[in-house]
Design a protein around this ligand. Structure first.
Ligand SMILES: [Zn+2]
Length: 416
């Protein structure tokens, strides 16, 4: 993953041989102990992220300049290298925030990176430790500065998220499910959650298939199918290649007052022989199988990969939620069973019952939530299958059939 990204940067660098640099002199004599190994830019409609990956943690200073609006990062004790020089060619024309990027050796010990902006931004800079084959990172997130936080649900959620949790959680009005019987008096609201995104590729198959791309395709298909139903409406936690923290995914579902939450994955397992679809619900007590424990652990690492290191259990630590949560888990298990039995018609099943583990993304206390492992991307045959639109379509159909069957039982939503 890292390797292919830096290869990509190199290719882009070659394509941009005509780019103009501030200064491209590389003074001799700097101890080349720290260097940047990859530069990535993830533009999205909500925020743009610049990631500098390096062999050791970077020392930096960040500040803003006006007229024109710029964000400047001075990186200390570093040489300008070909990876850094490629940054200008990484800026996409459609990036809503970054107009262009330049880099130069500012003085003997400092590389200066200048981002010229398309609009006023709020910048957030932080470092991330190495994880999952990715080295140390310096991350700069650019958000729109002018929109008041409450106007943008994601920003507001991120803002909540960055502040402290429990007090905040209690002071916010609970988002009750919409009144009326879902599917009869009002549409059934389904929140689809394509796993991973942006910096977090998810699992990568032997033939370089990335989980984040496959699950986004499946979720888009499923959304289109759901929106064609007269009594259902689907939303997505992400519809782009962007990193969204796990708790923000949960918060988005609660904000939309979703009746169901479906997280879609295609993970890897330690053994390439592992295969088959599985469905998971939350467990508050512990994992019911080794695979569940392993997958929950790797899934929950998403936030470490993408940049949220706080680990507080915002919902589960709160005893008030316990009763609601156990009712919700019962509903999740019923829902999961319906989906699992349909998946069993299109693929081998990894396990014949709904598995349970402490997946952070399933922790909405009041929304039945499942995590669907569509297939193992680490299994060569299933990786091949996951790439086909036929299988993606079948998975989406199976989940939709499971949703319909769950609501057909009538029990779930009538009780709310
Ligand atoms: Zn996954």
């Amino acid at each position: 993953m890292t390797e292919s990204n830096s290869l990509l940067s190199r290719r882009r660098l070659l394509q941009s041989a005509g780019a103009v640099w501030l200064l491209s002199v590389s003074p001799a004599g700097i101890a080349a102990s720290s260097h940047v190994v990859a530069v990535r830019i993830w533009p999205s409609s909500t925020y743009s992220r610049l990631t500098l990956e390096s062999n050791v943690p970077l020392q930096y200073k960040q500040f803003a300049l006006r007229d024109p609006e710029r964000v400047v990062i001075d990186i200390e004790n570093i040489h300008l290298n070909h990876v850094l020089k490629g940054v200008g060619s990484l800026v996409a024309a459609h990036d809503p925030f970054i107009k262009n990027a330049r880099v130069g050796q500012f003085d003997q010990h400092t590389v200066r990176l200048v981002l010229e902006l398309k609009q006023n931004v709020a910048a957030r800079i932080f470092t991330l430790p190495p994880i999952a084959g990715i080295k140390d990172r310096l991350v700069l997130d650019l958000y729109p500065a002018q929109a008041p936080v409450e106007d943008d649900p994601l920003l507001a959620l991120l803002e909540d998220y960055n502040q402290s949790d429990l007090a905040l959680e209690q002071s916010q009005p609970r988002e009750a499910p919409l009144p009326g019987k879902a599917g009869r008096d009002r549409p059934i609201v389904i929140m689809l959650d394509p796993g991973h995104g942006g910096e977090d590729s998810g699992a990568v198959g032997k033939n370089k298939t990335r989980e984040k791309d496959i699950v986004l395709k499946i979720a888009r298909r499923l959304k289109a199918m759901i929106d064609k139903q007269p009594n259902m409406r689907a939303y997505m936690t992400r519809n782009e290649d962007v990193f969204i923290p796990l708790k923000v995914r949960v918060a988005k579902a609660r904000k939309q007052r979703a009746d169901l939450f479906v997280s879609i994955h295609a993970d890897a397992f330690t053994s390439r022989a592992a295969r088959g679809s599985s469905v998971f619900a939350l467990s508050t007590k512990g994992a019911t199988s080794t695979a569940a424990r392993f997958l929950a652990q790797t899934q929950n690492e998403s936030d470490l990969i993408g940049g949220v290191s706080r680990s507080g259990d915002r919902y589960l630590d709160h005893t008030m939620f316990d009763m609601v949560q156990s009712l919700t888990i019962n509903d999740s298990l019923k829902f999961g069973k319906e989906v699992l039995s349909r998946l069993g018609r299109i693929n081998h099943l990894h396990k014949r019952t709904v598995d349970q583990a402490g997946f952070a993304v399933l922790k909405a206390p009041d929304i039945p939530s499942i995590l669907v492992e569509t297939a193992f991307i680490s299994n060569l045959e299933e990786e091949r299958k996951l790439r086909t639109s036929a299988f993606q379509h079948q998975v989406a159909e199976s989940i939709l059939a499971g949703i319909k069957a769950y609501f057909a039982t009538g029990a779930a939503v009538a009780s709310k």
